[in-house]
Design a protein around this ligand. Structure first.
Ligand code: THU
Length: 135
């Protein structure tokens, strides 16, 4: 890998500190490393109307898009949470990743023990729904 995986995960851990997980108590942090070296951070943000809650991955990705970056700017994504095994992103986040990530962009999943699973979207989301491919 031509980036620092440990630094990526520590940035995700720092993002996790701001998680607003009042209901689930399950805090998640996400860091997206850009090719220019900048990190965009996200944490999960819950709501008393539960379904309005937003995952850390989508917060980070939406921040990135709203700041004018595109998939061409993304080098890698790191996610961390307090799990037995490295966190597994939810299905909704996988679908949103599909919109804004290349299939081979490194996705580094971790837990508080700093165990790591290095994966990508083609592995996490096989046979996806993609409106650009349906016809
Ligand atoms: N959550 C994330 O932020 N990312 C994941 O990959 C899995 C789930 C959040 C959503 C909710 O706030 C809490 O974790 C429990 O589901």
């Amino acid at each position: 890998m031509d980036f620092n995986i440990d630094e990526l995960i520590e940035k995700a851990f720092a993002a996790r500190i701001n998680a607003y997980a009042f209901y689930s108590k399950f805090k998640v942090g996400c860091a997206i490393l850009l090719k220019n070296g900048k990190y965009i951070l996200g944490c999960n943000i819950e709501n008393s109307s539960y379904s309005l809650s937003m995952c850390a991955e989508r917060v980070a990705l939406f921040k990135l898009i709203s700041e004018g970056y595109t998939k061409a700017d993304i080098k890698a994504i790191g996610v961390i949470a307090d799990c037995k095994n490295p966190i597994s992103p939810c299905g909704a986040c996988r679908q949103v990743f599909l919109e804004f990530l290349d299939l081979d962009t490194p996705i580094i999943l971790s837990n508080l023990k700093r165990e790591k699973k290095v994966t990508n979207l083609s592995e996490l989301y096989p046979y996806p729904f993609d409106l650009n491919e349906v016809k």
